[in-house]
Design a protein around this ligand. Structure first.
Ligand code: NAD
Ligand code: AHE
Ligand code: ZN
Length: 370
């Protein structure tokens, strides 16, 4: 069948809105009609050409929610009509990683996912018979997409697609980084670098954890007001302070952060985020994704003296288990999403979402399909 999609034909170019051929689901797979998808900075990272795993042509998008319209042979956990959130971190519950209980990084399909293919090594998307790559196993910038059954989380039907799509990445990544990866304790002092679609969710996760001081760091002063609405207690614009940012943050937090989170993807900030942590126990969590060739560095002394460097993907959340619960948190009013969805656009105007991101005027743009 044909479906409408935003296709990235080459790095650095705008996406093209075209009709593509999409094949039905094969055994173990499901076809989803995407109703809404967020545009995450990671989509822009890959579109720009900075992603060492980036493949073209491809259909990006990994923050989607929609309805199952068809299931392949052997699918048992969802049926047509079920509402789902797409998972770029699947949960097979059978691989070594899932069974370890130590990580959310299911390895069942990671190899083919990284090659832009379904687990059988082929693509379901094509144009004039030429394959188009999948992206992060989701390709939510297509009205219809196909995923392995293990890569969809079934969610309640009364939750609005235009809000819960954001749980497919940003919300879960930010809140999960605090609650699952760092396990921030009540009373902790937290520093968050970058107050965009991820960082603001780190802030609301820190508030849920009953953190004491929640310091936000961003070069965009317009982020202060929204940060404070989400629980930020102090705002630091690095361009407005005199002297060294790390020294400033150590002094502000009375000796250093108990936890810091890098939500930008800048390796210089990653170092500052580690070094502003408290000697002896401070933990710094890397969330931001850095381009090909970028490396982090610090003096080993920073680690010898007890600081801990960690990273997190999808906030450490186990998709099929945790995502339906996070949808409940939203529906029960325990977390805020609406305020962060600053713009909505039809698929035909998706390139404007990247412009808004660059201009610093959006937190999340959500694309709604008709
Ligand atoms: P965003 O564009 O919405 O926000 C980035 C924020 O960083 C903006 O507010 C911007 O003003 C700020 N910023 C830029 N340069 C800065 C600097 N030098 N100092 C302080 N602040 C600065 O992006 P996002 O969607 O929030 O994504 C943030 C990062 O997280 C990206 O690298 C993205 O790829 C990554 N990400 C990782 C995961 C994961 O699972 N690890 C999930 C989602 C996104
Ligand atoms: N292809 C990139 C890796 C990008 C990356 O780390 N992605 C995160 C999710 S970002 C969501 O917005 C992730 O899930 N990582 C774990 C994984 O297995 O990819 C690169 O740098 O090569
Ligand atoms: Zn994302």
């Amino acid at each position: 069948m044909k479906t409408r999609a935003a296709v990235a034909f080459a790095a650095g170019e705008p996406l093209s809105i075209v009709d593509v051929d999409v094949q039905g689901p094969r055994p173990g797979e499901v076809m989803v009609e995407v109703r809404a998808t967020g545009v995450c900075h990671t989509d822009e990272f890959t579109r720009s050409g900075a992603d060492p795993e980036g493949l073209f042509p491809a259909i990006f998008g990994h923050e989607g929610a929609g309805v199952v319209v068809e299931v392949g042979a052997g699918v048992t956990s969802v049926v047509p009509g079920d509402h789902v959130i797409l998972l770029y971190t699947p949960e097979c519950r059978a691989c070594k990683s899932c069974l370890s209980r130590k990580t959310n990084l299911c390895t069942a399909i990671r190899a083919t996912q990284g090659k832009g293919l379904m687990p059988d090594g082929t693509s379901r998307f094509s144009i004039d018979g030429k394959p188009i790559h999948h992206y992060m196993g989701c390709s939510s910038f297509a009205h219809h997409t196909v995923l392995p059954e293990i890569a969809v989380a079934k969610v309640r039907k009364d939750a609005p697609f235009d809000k819960i799509c954001y749980i497919g990445c940003g919300v879960t990544t930010g809140i999960g980084a605090v609650l699952f990866t760092a396990d921030v304790e009540a009373g902790a002092n937290v520093v968050v670098f970058g107050l965009g679609g991820i960082g603001l969710n780190v802030i609301q996760g820190a508030r849920m954890a009953a953190a004491n001081m929640i310091v936000g760091v961003d070069i965009n002063p317009a982020r202060e007001a929204l940060g404070r609405r989400f629980g930020m207690t102090h705002f630091v614009d690095p361009r407005a302070i005199k002297g060294d940012l790390v020294a400033h943050l150590v002094e502000l937090t009375g000796g250093g952060a108990d936890y810091s989170f890098e939500c930008v993807g800048d390796v210089t900030l990653m170092r500052q985020a580690l070094e502003c942590c408290h000697r002896g126990w401070g933990q710094s969590i890397i969330i931001g994704v850095a381009g090909a060739g970028k490396e982090i560095s610090t003096r080993p002394f920073q680690l010898v003296t007890g600081r801990v460097w960690k990273g997190t993907a999808f906030g450490g959340a186990r998709g099929r288990t945790d995502v339906p619960k996070i949808v409940d948190w939203y529906m029960d009013g325990r977390i805020q999403i609406d305020e962060l969805i600053t713009h909505k656009l039809p698929l035909a105007r998706i390139n404007e979402a990247f412009d808004l991101m660059h201009a610093g005027t959006s937190i999340r743009t959500v694309i709604e399909f008709d």
